[in-house]
Write a protein that binds this ligand. Structure first.
Ligand SMILES: [Zn+2]
Length: 273
């Protein structure tokens, strides 16, 4: 990592809380908190690649299948926004409490897609976990999940959006269909700084080495692969931050191209691991 990049990283991290499962940073005027809900390991049998021998070598690398579930909280001053809600309402509630965020104060929740590891945190038993929140979700994804009990509960609070819609002056939706029918990324911008909340563009560290490696979670693997390659190509070596639901170390950093044709993710660091 070049010196200039390191200095920039240091400047942007304003503080780190005591728990290693939380990372705070400033994005322009906004306060961003990445919250790791849990760490996990993917079953190696779920990985697919064009070359099975090469895949075996990839999977033999340390941490090749390590993963996480992260959610991202952004305080813009006028809104308190959560991006995805993770897999476990109790754990999410506990982690929000640790960083002094009351669920009733969250007024917007942006959902990348409706897999259970992204929406389960919306409900606490049979009740809304976020009684005052409006839920933003793509038209395509909502259509496919409308009948889910979770969305029935939030019925009057759902706002669907189109592809590339500016849902707020500083949040734009970017379609990344393939992982699911309406999987969507969100680009947040403040004071010239941008962060892409990319949802499930990838699931495990070895996919940085070759984006053609995928897991069987993708609804349409061919479309997902093409989207993953395009997104990584577009965001690599840019100034934009990436926030990933399944990336390690709380999931925020920047993407760099490496000489072998793959990518490297430069994580913002939690300071007390
Ligand atoms: Zn996921």
């Amino acid at each position: 990592m070049c010196k200039f990049f390191s200095v920039l990283m240091m400047l942007f991290i304003t503080s780190c809380l005591f728990a290693a499962d939380v990372l705070n940073m400033k994005l322009g005027k906004f306060d961003v908190t990445a919250i790791n809900i849990q760490s996990m390991e993917h079953n190696k049998k779920l990985f697919r690649y064009k070359d099975s021998k090469a895949l075996e070598n990839f999977l033999n690398q340390q941490d090749s299948a390590s993963s996480a579930i992260n959610v991202f909280y952004v305080d813009t001053g006028d809104h308190k926004i959560l991006f995805d809600t993770g897999i476990n309402a109790k754990e999410l509630a506990e982690k929000l409490k640790n960083i002094k965020i009351a669920p009733e104060n969250i007024d917007i929740i942006c959902i990348t897609h409706t897999h259970y590891d992204h929406i389960t945190g919306l409900v606490d038993g049979y009740n809304k976990m976020f009684p005052n929140a409006v839920i933003y979700i793509s038209k395509e994804e909502f259509k496919a999940s409308e009948s889910s009990d979770i969305f029935k509960l939030y019925k009057d609070k759902i706002k669907t959006f189109d592809k590339n819609e500016q849902i707020l002056p500083y949040i734009k939706t970017i379609p990344a269909f393939g992982h699911t029918v309406g999987h969507t990324m969100f680009e947040i911008t403040s004071d010239g700084q941008t962060m892409l909340v990319w949802g499930d563009i990838l699931h495990a560290p070895i996919q940085f080495q070759d984006p053609e490696i995928f897991l069987t979670y993708d609804t349409d693997p061919i479309q997902a692969l093409s989207v993953r390659k395009k997104v990584m190509q577009n965001y690599a070596d840019s100034d934009k931050y990436i926030a990933g639901a399944h990336l390690l170390n709380c999931g925020i950093g920047k993407l760099q191209k490496n000489k072998s044709g793959g990518y490297k993710f430069i994580f913002l660091k939690t300071d007390n691991k």
